[in-house]
Design a protein around this ligand. Structure first.
Ligand code: CMC
Length: 427
């Protein structure tokens, strides 16, 4: 008999099983709580609620640990590639060389879009946000790939997962090209996943495009750092959408919509804008004082995290990557110096120490993406591109779970009690 949690409420005593995972806090299984007690639990924002079992990603926010299938993010960022991490997330183990070659070949063969999909872009204004285009075009994939939308068929699930991972760079790059009025570039399958994306974004048909290896490596690493982050808002959205049996393209479009918000995917844009606003290191103390002032709504963007109460391990890798990109592109942007000094001052300030506020992944990512040449509106689209791997892996995990049920939260009703309809003439 395992551990149990006791609840005394409403005049009764109840016991609920406590379950343990391989790592992380135990959970109290309250699945039968309503049946036993007639009560619901109440947890807006899901701050204490585990919504599923998952073997994909583990985070220990107190210790600053992030593991994918058990492998520390620092090791994956240092030694792996985005294709290899994608294979790992989908299949559970690191691939052999042959398995990786076959997987890369398969993804590469799915990079093109159905030609009619290109016409969708014409329906958007040129100044449409790329995330608006991504939501629309990814959702529309379900109308083009009927042969892979039977979610009860594992082979269909696999093909649609591969299609989503493969087509996302093409969709994102085309959104960018449309916004600047340049011809859309078709994929070049001789290039790597990330090299291909760089060429589709920054290349033009009139010229050869040279992929800069250091930039390709840095962007590939940024994709690895964004591949998955357990049950965050957009991933939970994908799972909830998928729990009704919706097709994967529709589910990922729902994830993109959720990621779009500034509290989730939009923070790196805000962090970069803040660094530009600060401008020079001598202004930093003024901004730190503002962040500490209770009467000022200003926050240090790129600092703090709901889960990490220690250095976000992704930020460590990002900081190193900034240097590599700046060296490779011979960029000398004062914004990096501002970021480094701001980080140092904040980390030595009692306010930030007491509240356990550390740089998060977004503190440096905007600096790197902008040095590579991406406009700020594209930052969230890049996040969506990389997170697609996590979304499809989580979606597959959920659908393969024989105990999976439709997600249907309860509520604490606070509206009017029952009352009689009043005819309009008497109101
Ligand atoms: N600057 C100054 N003070 C801060 C900051 C900050 N960046 N973040 C939190 N605090 C203070 C906050 O004022 C509060 O103080 P008090 O206890 O005196 O009221 C305390 O720290 C706890 O903050 P909270 O808002 O209750 O914490 P949370 O877990 O709800 O919020 C957060 C986490 C990420 C929304 C928040 O830290 C924040 O707004 N950071 C800036 C935005 C940002 O960088 N977001 C990117 C998150 S990483 C991306 C991802 O993984 O999707």
């Amino acid at each position: 008999m395992g551990d149990t949690a006791k609840l005394t409420a409403g005049g009764g005593d109840y016991e609920f099983p406590v379950k343990s995972g391989t790592l992380g806090p135990d959970v109290v299984d309250i699945g039968k709580m309503y049946g036993k007690t007639g009560m619901f639990t109440y947890d807006p924002g899901f701050t204490s609620t585990a919504s599923c079992d998952s073997g994909l990603t583990f985070i220990d926010g107190e210790e600053g640990v992030l593991l994918h299938r058990g492998y520390p993010i620092g090791q994956l960022a240092e030694h792996s590639s985005f294709m290899e991490v994608s294979y790992l997330m989908l299949n559970g183990e690191l691939p052999s060389q042959d398995e990786l070659d076959l997987f890369t070949y398969t993804i590469t063969r799915h990079t093109m879009l159905h030609d009619q999909l290109r016409q969708f872009y014409q329906g958007f204004r040129r100044d449409a946000h790329p995330m608006a285009i991504m939501c629309g075009v990814v959702g529309a994939l379900s109308a083009f790939y009927h042969d892979s939308t039977d979610i009860s068929d594992p082979e269909h699930r696999k093909i649609s997962s591969h299609r989503l991972i493969a087509k996302m760079p093409t969709i994102a790059a085309m959104a960018y090209k449309y916004s600047i009025g340049q011809p859309m570039m078709q994929p070049d399958n001789r290039l790597s996943y990330t090299g291909n994306f760089l060429r589709m974004t920054f290349g033009v048909p009139a010229e050869e495009y040279e992929v800069v290896p250091a930039v390709e490596k840095a962007l590939d690493r940024i994709f690895i750092l964004h591949a998955d982050h357990e049950q965050n808002a957009s991933t939970s959205t994908v799972r909830l959408a998928g729990s009704s049996g919706a097709n994967p393209f529709a589910c990922i479009a729902a994830g993109i919509a959720c990621l779009w918000g500034p509290a989730h995917g939009g923070a790196n844009e805000a962090a970069l804008n803040m660094l530009h606003e600060i401008g020079t290191p001598d202004k930093i103390p003024e901004y730190i004082a503002r962040a500490k002032n209770k009467d000022d709504p200003f926050r240090l963007m790129g600092f703090g995290h709901r889960v990490y109460k220690n250095y976000d391990p992704r930020a460590t890798v990002m900081q190193k990557t900034v240097r590599e990109v700046f060296d490779a592109l011979k960029v000398n942007d004062p914004v990096f110096e501002v970021a480094l000094q701001l980080e140092e001052m904040a980390l030595n300030d009692d306010y930030f120490i007491e509240k356990k506020l550390f740089p998060n992944v977004d503190f440096y990512s905007g600096v790197i993406l902008s040095a590579i040449g991406f406009p700020t509106e594209m930052f969230t689209a890049l996040f969506a591109l990389a997170r697609t791997v996590g979304w499809v892996a989580q979606w597959n995990e959920m659908i393969s779970d024989p105990g999976q049920r439709i997600g249907r939260p309860r509520q604490l009703y606070t509206g009017p009690t029952e009352r009689d309809y009043v005819p309009i003439t008497q109101r």
